[in-house]
Every structure is written in structure tokens, then in C-alpha cells.
Design a binder for this molecule. Structure first.
Ligand code: GLP
Length: 239
């Protein structure tokens, strides 16, 4: 049974950041999977502020990137690694932070996925994930099952378009690499971050609809320690 935490729209990002900061204080050597996207951006902004106040110690944490585009050059602003560095990692003091990006420049997609999976297989204490409008988690697009491995995937049309339209990619990527549902379901804790009224329908499907590969996020309900951190705008369709 998922633990549902509904915050006010204005307190949401701070509430999530405070909870993560508290976890880092308790467990500084946290192995943490982080997503990118518009959802976590304000959370990262708050985390940077908390870090400046000495309240969010990342110095000993290990960060594992959730997913990455294939085929975007390293300087493309939409790249997930670039975005996470820009919004969080490069702004943290003191460093260093161990950051495992996905080696899409150095390795062929399948080899990059395999290498990244080996990193995640060392264990994830906490996986933070966002929710795609089509129910994807990372790039586990609809059709992904609970045992799906870390792999290179063809992106759904929505994910391709989001890269250029919302995140400013120079060209529309067609493939991505994602931690698989199996790896995410193996994390000790999973926090699903959902904000914005545009996510109300898919959040309802995720939490109340059938548990099915049609909506990969619904598979997270099989995790014993799933926590859904959301806000009032996104919960409009939950009774
Ligand atoms: C993207 C990413 C996901 C992200 C999701 C939601 O395509 N691959 O990791 O969580 O879609 O994005 P947003 O938070 O911008 O709505």
C-alpha cells in the first residue's frame, strides 16, 4: 500500500526537499537515484538552498542518474546529466558528490545500459522518480513490465517531443537508456514525485487504475515502501 503525502502547491517542493535532506542527515552515505524534468527542478532549487545552510549534506552520497537520451551531444541542455549538474550537482557545497551518469558518449547504447545497471546493482537506498504523462517511469514507456531490465529503449512520441518542446533539446532524440522497472523496484525506498494539474489523470490511473504495463508507474504499487509525494493540483481526480 503506497504512502500518499499530499502537500499544498506552494509547500510541495520545499516539503520534498526537507524530507530528502532529513534522510541525508540520517544516512549521509545514501545511494540515491535521481530523475530530471520539470517536476524535480523546484525540489532541487530548495535542496541547494538547504545545502547552503548545511542541512542537506551530499558530500558522501552517491548519485545514480535515472535515465538519459541517446544521441544528444554532451553540451545539449536537455541532456539529463547536464540538467542534473546544472540544477543540483554543480551547485552543492561542499562536494564531492559521486555521480554516475550514463556513458552514452563513450559506449554503444547496450553497453552503456549494461554498465549503468552494474552501478545500480550495487544497491539503491532511495529511488526518486517522476511520472510521465503517459505513465512512464524514467524511460520505462507503456508496455514495460515489472521485470524489465535497465536497457536502451525507443522513446514514445511524447518523450521525443518533450525533449525538444519542453527541455530545449537541439534535435528530437529517438532513443533513451533507463534504469529498468526491476532495478527501481529493488530500491529500498521509492518516492514518486508528482506535481501539477496536468498530472491529475495519470496520477489517478497510477494509484487507482489496474496495475498494468500499460501504465508502468502503476507497477510501483508492488513496492512495499512506495511513497507518493504530491500536491493538491495533481490529486484533483483522486477521491
Ligand atoms: C521525462 C523523463 C522522466 C521524467 C518524466 C516527467 O521524459 N524521462 O524521468 O520523470 O518524463 O517529466 P516532467 O517532470 O518534466 O513532467
Amino acid at each position: 500500500m503506497a504512502q500518499l503525502t499530499v502537500l499544498g502547491p506552494r509547500d510541495w517542493a520545499d516539503g520534498v526537499a526537507q524530507r530528502l535532506a532529513e534522510r541525508l542527515r540520517r544516512e549521509p552515505r545514501l545511494r540515491l537515484c535521481l530523475p530530471t524534468g520539470d517536476t524535480p527542478s523546484p525540489v532541487y532549487e530548495r535542496l541547494v538552498a538547504l545545502n547552503r545552510e548545511g542541512l542537506a549534506p551530499f558530500g558522501q552520497a552517491t548519485i545514480v542518474l535515472l535515465d538519459e537520451y541517446v544521441g544528444l551531444p554532451p553540451d545539449d541542455p536537455a541532456r539529463c546529466d547536464a540538467r542534473l549538474r546544472r540544477e543540483l550537482l554543480d551547485l552543492l557545497e561542499p562536494g564531492p558528490v559521486t555521480f554516475h551518469a550514463i556513458s552514452v558518449d563513450e559506449l554503444a547504447p547496450d553497453a552503456a545500459a549494461e554498465a549503468h545497471d552494474a552501478v545500480a546493482a550495487e544497491g539503491l537506498d532511495l529511488a526518486l522518480v517522476g511520472l510521465g504523462l503517459n505513465g512512464h517511469v524514467g524511460f520505462n514507456e507503456p508496455g514495460s513490465t515489472a521485470d524489465s531490465p535497465t536497457r536502451a529503449v525507443d522513446l514514445a512520441g511524447e518523450s521525443r517531443r518533450a525533449a525538444t518542446a519542453r527541455y530545449g533539446a537541439g534535435a528530437e532524440p529517438t532513443r533513451g537508456i533507463t534504469l529498468g522497472m526491476a532495478r527501481l523496484l529493488n530500491a529500498t525506498d521509492v518516492w514518486l514525485l508528482v506535481s501539477g494539474a496536468q498530472k491529475a489523470t495519470i496520477l489517478q490511473r497510477t494509484l487507482v487504475g489496474p496495475i498494468s504495463a500499460d501504465c508502468p508507474a502503476s507497477l510501483l504499487r508492488g513496492h512495499p515502501r512506495l511513497r507518493v509525494l504530491t500536491e493538491e493540483g495533481a490529486t484533483a481526480k483522486l477521491s
